[in-house]
Design a protein around this ligand. Sequence first.
Ligand code: ATP
Ligand code: MG
Length: 407
Amino acid sequence: MSVRLDPDNHVWMTAPATRKVLDALTAKGGEVRFVGGVVRNTLAGAGVTDIDLATPLTPDVVIALLEAAGLKAVPTGIEHGTVTAIADSKPFEITTLRRDVSTDGRRAVVSFTGDWREDASRRDFTMNALYASPEGEVFDYFGGIQDLEAGRVRFVGDAASRIAEDYLRILRLFRFHAWYGRGEIDEAALVAAVAGKGGLKTLSGERVQKEMLKLLAAADPIPVLRSMRENGLLREIFPAAIELGRADLKRLGNLVPLTADPILRLTALVLLFSKDAVREAAHMWRLSNNDRDRMLALTGNYAMPESENAAKRQIYEKGAGLYRDQLLLTRAAIPHAVGNWQSFYDLSARWNVPRFPLDGGDVMALGIAQGPRIGELLSAVEHWWIENDFRGTREELLARLKVQASA
Ligand code: ATP
Ligand code: MG
């Protein structure tokens, strides 16, 4: 039975940016197909983010055709045959059909081919080896549609050999199962993943990060994480000081319904580990400095504010973003002891953070010379203002400042 995606039902197929890229690549009679996630997700009724294309045209021809059509061509992975086209500021990854000539568990040496099936057979899972022509005809070489319908993440070919070619596929197995799988993980795949877990240590931090953050962002990442923990895989990708236990997963489970933010979810998992261990994990996964600092600010730091004033003080001092993150983690860590959590959480949206109305100029106007005393006086009054629930007009605070300065 042949399956078709009706271009009239899927805007991404006919969007002007897509058309520009398709028209450029087919201008001289070349062939091009959508491939991978975009086809899989459309068949699954899930959202489409980026569009990947496959073509027998070689990368130099792809670049020439794109440029002839006035599109930007960036050689993002040229040694693997990938060129990124930019149309209407949207990226399209175009990869020449290829076969992997040699693999060492981390990267492949490739050669180009004109054979679609050969290209399909170097892809990881049957549901990722789906293609669709611009008109919507779907090409399924390994039963990917059936597997997708059954929620079965199955390797193309022998699981153990495919994992030995690239150990990242272990993490991808769990990631795709979390997103598109149903029930148990495919038995052959799981056995091969567990047997190959030693290879995870050889992967670059960037690749681990990308897969794991996507895994953590799944609607419910807990079952696959539990399986990874029970099979000793999690410890392969975290520093030795982070031995994740059942309670850590439980805490993450409590957070999952509250946010899909993968960094916050990761933080929930390692919340009780030392800052040094968290710093090491961030380094192992090559997290950005931003993400690392966000995690460090949150680690070991959960507690409900004791009063509304204490909550306001936190918002004032840390900013609403960090305050909300901290409350979410508190809720995940101690779900039974956070009675008025919601009202504290809502406070960050309801309350307009005031600006302290005085500055150094006001102190100098009292005849105090430049120097550390200016800051001391200002913060003494600011402190009083905060304790006073951020109340007081500028005049009242000036009066207070005068008293303070003459004390
Ligand atoms: P999404 O982008 O929604 O996460 P995707 O299927 O597009 O999903 P990518 O990681 O962007 O996933 O990879 C694009 C396609 O490239 C995959 O669908 C798969 O066919 C192939 N692919 C990517 N990484 C590998 C790998 N390590 N081994 C084999 N094939 C891979
Ligand atoms: Mg993709």
